[in-house]
Design a protein around this ligand. Structure first.
Ligand code: ACO
Length: 372
């Protein structure tokens, strides 16, 4: 029997989207037609959220209105705040966030996801994360501040201190760059779940489960660990050759879509050059160069480049986030993409139900248990 089985669904088109376009051969990424470089330079995270949710960049009045709505939507129900304080302190923040998003949906009637719920959940994800992070470190919860934007408020709630303009700028650019990326694994998961007409909390809970895997959004904490283990630029070559010998993958390199440099990596590299501790940047830059040399040497046919996660790790470290907060901070950004994709899926829905090629035994007879 012939089949169209494609391992990893590579190259299969299973949805249409007007949200983001990944042109991997050219290393190009656009959001609703706008080049990511231009958006990173000129926009704020809230403008990107508006662009994805409403289709156009906002006017000043529309932006002010969205910021006000997001600020008002930050109030998390008391039972979920309590749960954030009760979760085991050693829980991975990605798991805590997934649990808290699921808890937000518990007790709500099954409702078709809509824009106001999308905004509410996007506004509350940073609050949930900050609540868990403060509780696990034995610190008091810091309530959100309505006068701060999404980025500054998140950093403020985590540390209790006002971020510097450089920290806010760096995280704002990071959040813009990570907001959406075609049909990546977690967004695909969100769309599959949405296609069953379940609620928004179920869709996002599933997406967050997919996001934390090391082949996807779980990579950046491992990038920092790798850089720390390597320690000096002189050690990079030997360390990586040993990693190859153990058949390990180098985190922060390779991408299913990009066969040229990921444009987000390029922007984040320059941002890291401006923002990060110069010694860390210098080490990361040398580790990157060594990794690319060795990857091209060992897999010349694969065209492996730096992916978004490599310098994301450097940026997130530089704005003061602990390693285990890197992946859930990715989720703070990707909430916009997830919710926009879910709404897009529902605007023209058909349940996603692909097929599997059966490769098990041919039909056979069930023997009585004594005869097996
Ligand atoms: N280190 C070492 N080898 C690699 C790497 C890497 N980072 N990336 C790909 N390869 C090798 C693979 O071992 C494979 O070789 P093989 O066939 O001899 O085993 C070949 O290149 C092709 O790899 P695939 O896994 O088939 O490529 P795919 O497109 O499916 O995977 C992926 C892309 C998962 C991102 C991969 O490059 C990887 O594992 N990278 C490291 C993890 C990482 O950085 N993840 C973050 C991705 S970005 C994001 O999700 C936001």
């Amino acid at each position: 029997m012939s089949s169209n089985f494609v391992k990893g669904l590579e190259g299969l088109v299973v949805a249409q989207t007007a949200l983001s376009r990944v042109e991997g051969q050219m290393g190009r990424l656009t959001y609703r037609g706008y080049a990511i470089h231009d958006l990173a330079r000129q926009a704020t995270f809230e403008e990107i959220a508006y662009l994805f949710w409403q289709g156009e960049l906002p006017t000043r009045a529309q932006l002010d209105d969205l910021k006000m709505q997001l600020a008002h939507a930050r109030m998390v129900p008391p039972n979920v705040m309590q749960l954030a304080r009760q979760l085991p302190k050693e829980a991975d923040p990605s798991d805590a966030l997934r649990t808290l998003v699921s808890a937000l949906g518990a007790g709500k009637p099954l409702q078709k996801p809509d824009l106001s719920e999308a905004m509410m959940l996007t506004a509350q994800v940073p609050v949930l994360l900050a609540a868990f992070h403060r509780a696990r470190t034995g610190a008091e919860f810091i309530p959100p501040r309505g006068d701060l934007d999404h980025t500054a408020n998140y950093l403020y709630m985590l540390s209790g201190e006002m971020p510097t303009p450089a920290q806010s700028k760096a995280l704002n650019v990071y959040l813009i760059l990570l907001a959406d990326h075609g049909l990546n694994a977690s967004t695909f998961a969100a769309r599959v779940i949405a296609s069953t007409l379940t609620d928004l909390y179920a869709c996002i809970t599933g997406a967050l489960g997919a996001l934390k895997g090391p082949l996807h959004g779980g990579a950046p904490s491992r990038v920092i660990e790798m850089i720390e283990k390597i320690g000096t630029k002189e050690n990079a070559d030997a360390w990586m050759r040993e990693a190859f010998a153990r058949k390990e993958r180098l985190m922060g390199f390779g991408h299913r879509m990009y066969k040229a440099e990921d444009p987000r990596a390029e922007i984040l590299r320059e941002l890291a050059r401006e923002t990060a501790d110069p010694a860390l940047f210098d080490l990361a830059f040398n580790v990157e160069a060594t990794a690319l040399r060795l990857l091209h040497e060992s897999k010349p046919a694969e065209r492996i480049y730096t992916n978004v996660e490599f310098y994301s790790a450097v940026i997130l470290h530089s704005v003061g986030l602990p390693k285990d907060m890197f992946t859930p901070t990715f989720a703070v950004s990707r909430m916009v993409g997830y919710t926009a994709h879910i709404l897009e899926q529902l605007a023209d829905n058909r349940i996603m139900r692909p097929d599997a090629e059966y490769i098990g035994p041919a039909p056979r007879v069930v023997k009585k248990i004594e005869d097996r």
